[in-house]
Ligand binder design. Structure first.
Ligand code: ZN
Ligand code: ZN
Length: 356
């Protein structure tokens, strides 16, 4: 499995004529060698790899790391990179430009005066876009856990409880069901707050007749889930019900359109043109969705600006919404695996409008 993942690096050695790749992003490190700790680096050549860590992580690395020689760094990690570059005669090393700070880059430049440091661009950020079966299993597991937690707290959503009460109950349910934590700060946005696509749970008390948008996800074994429901507390006005029906139909159409070969821009357009046709286009301001995996938001992005094309094995969210300032909003979201036959939804809560 890790061998297959490493094989995705080959084209970068060729494209940039590199001797080695220096991987410092912890998600990429976990993906490529299995280490789940919070500090370390991976130096990879075409046929070898070294995992560098300090003594706090040596035992954990010995337990988790596959396919890399573990090098404990006595002093600063970059000195070990310098030593390995000298020993092996490396003169071109690629690094992850989007995960390297300016100060770390300066330090590398000073310490490695005879090595060309080559920026790996956005194409490198796409190495995790297509998931393997192990990853799809992990994503399905955390999605199911998270959906079950939401279903078990639905009954406690009623007038008089606060948005924060719901967020806390949901997080507790996830932990009880085995989650390592939450995937992000949940969005619980009720009534007019629903117009904020990223309205984090507040101490606002839910009133009868309000819609409540809950965007939630769990984290397990490094993998994230992401799902959104909008429920009605009491009887909402007819416009709210109409908006929910439009968003849900746009969501359903987009999920039906998921297949390998469709461009992410075109998929976004399926939902966007439906919402626009109903007169609400100006109220759908964000992209249709995003890739999900070891990060909550990763490649590919589904938006009018996206240049990516869906491929089998990608796992993406579909999350159209309508947000009307001063009125409120609706979003529904599912996580979908792109298979040869189309989209397979792994989040489990029905997206009908629940009246609580
Ligand atoms: Zn979400
Ligand atoms: Zn999302």
């Amino acid at each position: 499995m890790l061998k297959n993942r490493r094989s995705r690096l080959i084209r970068f050695f060729e494209k940039y004529s590199l001797n080695a790749l220096l991987i410092t992003d912890l998600r990429n490190i976990r993906y490529l060698c299995g280490f789940s700790g919070t500090e370390g680096a991976l130096l990879v050549t075409k046929d070898h790899a070294w995992f560098l860590c300090d003594s706090r992580y040596t035992a954990q690395a010995a337990d988790e790391v596959t396919g890399a020689e573990i090098r404990e760094c006595a002093a600063i990690r970059i000195d070990t990179v310098v030593a390995l570059a000298d020993e092996n005669g490396f003169d071109r090393i690629g690094f992850e430009a989007s995960h390297t700070t300016v100060s770390a880059f300066r330090r590398m430049t000073e310490k490695l005066p005879n090595v060309s440091l080559v920026e790996l661009g956005s194409d490198f950020d796409e190495i995790r876009s297509c998931k393997d079966n192990t990853e799809i299993e992990q994503l399905a597991l955390v999605a199911a856990l998270s959906s079950a937690a939401l279903v078990s707290v639905l009954g406690s959503i009623k007038p008089g409880v606060s948005e924060l009460d719901i967020a806390l109950a949901l997080e507790l349910e996830m932990r009880r069901r085995g989650a390592d934590g939450k995937a992000f700060d949940f969005i619980v946005a009720s009534g007019v707050r629903g117009a904020m696509p990223h309205g984090r749970a507040s101490d606002k008390i839910i009133q009868s007749g309000e819609l409540v948008t809950i965007d939630f996800g769990a984290l397990k074994n490094g993998y994230h889930s992401d799902e959104t429901v909008t429920v009605a507390c009491g009887k909402p006005d007819s416009r709210a019900v109409e908006i929910h029906a439009i968003v849900r139909a746009a969501h359903d159409l987009a999920i039906e359109a998921v297949r390998p070969g469709i461009s992410c821009k075109e998929l976004d357009e399926v939902a966007r043109s439906y919402i626009s046709g109903k007169g609400y286009g100006e109220y759908f301001g964000h992209g249709l969705g995003h890739g999900i995996g070891l990060e909550i938001h990763e490649m590919p992005s589904l938006s009018p600006r996206s240049t990516a094309v869906l491929e089998e094995g990608m796992v993406v969210t579909i999350e159209p919404g309508i947000y009307i300032p001063g009125f409120g909003g609706v979003r529904v979201e599912d996580t979908v695996v792109v298979t040869g036959d189309g989209g397979h939804v792994i989040t489990n809560v029905d997206k009908q409008l629940f009246f609580l």
